[in-house]
Each structure stands twice: as C-alpha cells, then as structure tokens.
Design a protein around this ligand. Structure first.
Ligand SMILES: Nc1ncnc2c1ncn2[C@@H]1O[C@H](COP(=O)(O)OP(=O)(O)OP(=O)(O)O)[C@@H](O)[C@H]1O
Ligand SMILES: [Mg+2]
Length: 365
C-alpha cells in the first residue's frame, strides 16, 4: 500500500478545507453566532433550512432568522453563561419558512472571536412522519399496557399478601437484630409493591404528589440491589448535589428506576459496574412543553448491550430478551416517567448501555 509522508498528507488536506468540507457535508444545520447574537456563518444545510444565504443572513440577529422566540432566547442566554442547551422538537415557522418544520436545536458556547461570547446553534429536522408514528405506537402500547397491568395486578396481590404475612411471622421469631433487617426489607418492599399495584390499576388520579429528591430514589434502589446481589456488583455514583426536588410519586419513581437497574444487573449477570449520574438541565423541551429546570439521571452499565433486534422495541410491553422475562419492566418504567411529565431514552453498545431520564422540575415556562 502507498503511504504519503506526513507533510505531503497535510498539504493535500489543509485543515481549513477539511473543516469546510465537513460543514458543507453535514445534514445538520450549523449557525455560528457572534457578539450581540449576530449571525457570522451558516453552513449549506442551514441556508437550505432557513431559505437564505450566509450573505443575506450575515450580521442579522439570530432571533430574527430563527423564529423560535423565547425558547431560543433562553438557550442563547444560557450559552452566554457557558451552558449548552438542547431544545427538542421545536416548531420553526416564520416569514422565511413556508411551512412549519420541527427541529431539535442545540445551542453551545464556543471559544471563538474576541468581542463577546460566541455560540453555535445546531438544528436537525425531526422527521414528521417518523415522529408521528413513534408517538402513535407509544400511545397504543400504553393502552395495551393498562390492560396487562390490570390482569397482572390481580395475580400479584394475592402472593404479596402471603409473603408479607410470612415475613411478619418470621420477624416475630427472630431474636437477632441483624437478621430482622432482612424481614424489615421484605415487609417494606411488599408494602411498596402493593401500593404500586393499587396505583397502577387505580388510574392516574391515585398517584401521590409529594416533593422528593431523585437521589433518595437512586440511593434506595442502590441499597436494595446491593442486598439482592451482594458480590461482583459495583456502583459508581456521580451525583450533582444541587439537583432540585421533583414532584411526584416516590414509590412509583423507585419502581421505575429499579426496573432499569435490575435489567442492568441481569444483563451483566450480577458482575460489573453501574454508574448512577445526576445533572441539572436548564431550558429544555419535554413533550412539547418548555421547562426552565429539569433533572437528568442516567443509569449506565458495562454489560453486553441490548440485543440489536430488540433495541427499537424494548419499551413496549411483552418485549423481552430473557427466557424468564415478562417484558413489562421498561414499559412500566416509561409509563411512570411519562406520568411525571418526563422522558426516558436509551443508548446501547457492547460495554455501555445507558438509560437517561429527564424529569421536569416545577412549573412549565
Ligand atoms: N441494561 C441492559 N442491557 C442489555 N439488555 C437490556 C438492558 N435493559 C433491558 N435490556 C433488554 O430489554 C429487554 C426488555 O426489558 P424489560 O425490563 O422491559 O423486560 P424484562 O427484563 O425482559 O422482563 P421484566 O422486567 O418484566 O421481568 C430485556 O429482556 C433485555 O433483553
Ligand atoms: Mg426487566
């Protein structure tokens, strides 16, 4: 094979040309914004999307060019303060846009230029059809889920009563305080499950609305999992202590997170590392609603990854890759997260599978 010398190679591909080619070839629209929020550069995808040219757009206020109003303004302010914001499924409509386009938009600060903060605005159009199909199937899958939940609730409540009764009898017989810790866990967990089943079948109105911190949920799940799988499992915690409390149902949220963590433990066959990470997110869009503040939590395992043939469907009920699985865990998790007004997403490759929750805090803006 023929190799260029490093210098020849560098000459053949000048960095400026390469950067240019990358920007030209990108499907995402990229806009560089300089001091006073004025447009400095647009790549061809941005010119196409906004139906203008860099020449015509140059020096204009990005807010005029991108009719997204307050949401974009919020993201620009955040970028000026050094934070990156992603706005999901924003409608783009205005004089330059004949028909509405929906985009995901990320605004990040960059280090460029000297007179004032610079930002990059990235826009990727969301395929309308794909989005509608996604939302419809989601909706249908949740309807199917309610029916399954009702049938299962019946099957779950009877044995739970038996387990709780037996644990109490056992507790009365035990003199060792350490052992009674275990019966206490059994009773506590059966109560929690019982309450959960009641709420699941009792409809939306029955959920509790209390204020709690997501760390208490994560810590509860972590301790519980460590009791269940004492050896070979490691937890790596990366908590942002400043995350605000959220409003919702603590027991349901615990179940939602537990389902995800249990899947991770099962995928890793009890050996591996689970990373729990929390962050504050500002100015984000969840289910078309703008939120000033949200909490993001991710649960990442270093197991084998999700079977590619299941990847698109894991949140649907009855989809399972395990011989003894019911395929309800993630469907239930998704249901609970969406009742809390939040989102759950997943990325997976061998050695790194991450489930990310985004939960709104307080009132919508
Ligand atoms: N962290 C993970 N790593 C690898 N595969 C996963 C992971 N999480 C979920 N999966 C895959 O997704 C499938 C669906 O998960 P889900 O929790 O919905 O059902 P289940 O675990 O099979 O059954 P259940 O939770 O009802 O007992 C799992 O069977 C598994 O194949
Ligand atoms: Mg599961």
């Amino acid at each position: 094979m023929h190799h260029y010398g490093a210098n020849v190679f560098q000459m053949k591909y000048s960095q400026a040309d390469v950067s240019r080619a990358v920007l030209d070839g990108l499907k995402a629209a990229v806009i560089l914004v300089g001091a006073d929020r004025r447009v400095i550069f647009m790549n061809p995808a941005a010119e196409g999307l906004l139906d203008t040219s860099t020449q015509r757009g140059f020096g204009r206020d990005v807010l005029d060019l991108l009719p997204m109003g307050m949401t974009l303004q919020g993201a620009l302010i955040a970028a000026e303060e050094g934070a990156t914001t992603t706005l999901r499924e924003e409608a783009l409509q205005g004089p330059m846009q004949a028909e509405g386009v929906t985009v995901d938009c990320t605004v990040s600060p960059i280090d460029y230029g000297t007179d004032g903060p610079c930002m990059i605005v990235e826009l990727s159009p969301v395929d309308q059809l794909a989005r509608m199909t996604r939302e419809t199937t989601l909706h249908e899958s949740q309807g199917a889920f309610s029916q399954v939940a009702r049938a299962l609730a019946h099957e779950i409540k009877n044995p739970l009563g038996g387990i709780r009764g037996a644990a109490q009898l056992l507790d009365a017989e035990l003199s060792d305080k350490d052992l009674r810790e275990y019966t206490r866990i059994i009773t506590h967990e059966t109560d929690r499950l019982n309450g959960l089943v009641d709420r699941l079948t009792g409809g939306y109105g029955a959920s509790q609305r209390e204020s709690f911190n997501l760390h208490s949920v994560l810590e509860h799940v972590r301790k519980l999992t460590q009791v269940e799988t004492p050896e070979g499992l490691e937890f790596d915690r990366d908590y942002d202590p400043s995350i605000p409390d959220i409003l919702g149902d603590h027991a349901q949220m615990t179940q939602a997170v537990l389902n995800v963590v249990r899947n991770a433990v099962q995928a890793m066959e009890g050996r591996g590392c689970i990373r729990l990470r929390t962050r504050v997110r500002r100015q984000c869009t969840i289910h078309h609603a703008r939120h000033r503040l949200a909490v993001e939590a991710s649960i990442t395992d270093n197991g084998p990854g999700i079977d590619p043939s299941l990847k698109e469907r894991i949140f649907f009920p009855m989809v399972t890759g395990r011989p003894d699985g019911t395929g309800l865990g993630l469907a239930l998790t998704q249901e609970i997260i969406s009742r809390h007004g939040g989102l759950i997403a997943c990325t997976s490759q061998p050695g790194e599978t991450a489930f990310t929750l985004l939960l709104p805090v307080g009132a919508k803006t």
